[in-house]
Ligand binder design. Structure first.
Ligand code: PRP
Length: 177
């Protein structure tokens, strides 16, 4: 599988900013006095997380988890393992998962199972983008930025083969004919 090298803008940096502000407003409202732990999934969520938390007017903590799905590339293989887990206890805490994209839902479902075993008080999910047409593992997204079509996205943290994460807009790339 190969893709054209020039990404096209799907969601501009200005639209992203408006949406991140909206999500932060919702989270600020719901987590007032709650001191949440935000759990971000590496690598793709790092730019979204950085923008989101600077708009959160809350005492909060950040945790990163690194998950591995065997076989990189466009399609995930369906097997996931924890490469780097939480570095703190979340028992009795309010946990908010922060994802850049929910595609099949496999990653988020796996992460939610992993987190539930740690007995937090609550778990919610915040995703900047979601592709509902690709969902194989149903889940509830409590804070959703954009519903997107089934295109291959890059930029704003998202990669193709580790490239394009630095693009400031959310872009798409298409397969070569
Ligand atoms: C992406 C994204 C999610 C996952 C979503 O990560 O950040 O974690 O895929 O796909 P799913 O809903 O089908 O499970 P990826 O595996 O590309 O790793 P990366 O974040 O390091 O780029």
């Amino acid at each position: 599988m190969s893709f054209q090298s020039k990404p096209s803008v799907l969601i501009s940096r200005q639209e992203i900013e408006v949406t991140v502000n909206r999500l932060a407003g919702e989270i600020n409202n719901d987590y007032r006095d709650k001191h949440p732990v935000l759990v971000a999934v590496l690598k793709g969520s790092f730019i979204f997380l950085a923008d989101l938390i600077r708009r959160l007017d809350l005492p909060l903590e950040i945790e990163f988890v690194r998950l591995s799905s065997y076989g990189r590339g466009k399609e995930s293989s369906g097997k996931i393992s924890v490469v780097q887990g939480l570095s703190t206890e979340v028992k009795g805490r309010h946990v908010l998962v922060v994802e850049d994209i929910i595609d099949t839902g496999l990653t988020t479902n796996f992460l939610l199972d992993y987190l539930r075993q740690k007995e937090p008080s609550s778990i919610k999910v915040c995703a900047l983008t979601s592709k509902p047409s690709r969902r194989k593992f149903p889940l509830t997204i409590d804070y959703l930025g954009f519903t997107i079509p089934d295109k291959f996205l890059v930029g704003y943290g998202l990669d193709y083969d580790e490239k394009f994460r630095n693009l400031p807009d959310i872009c798409f790339i298409e397969e070569e004919q």
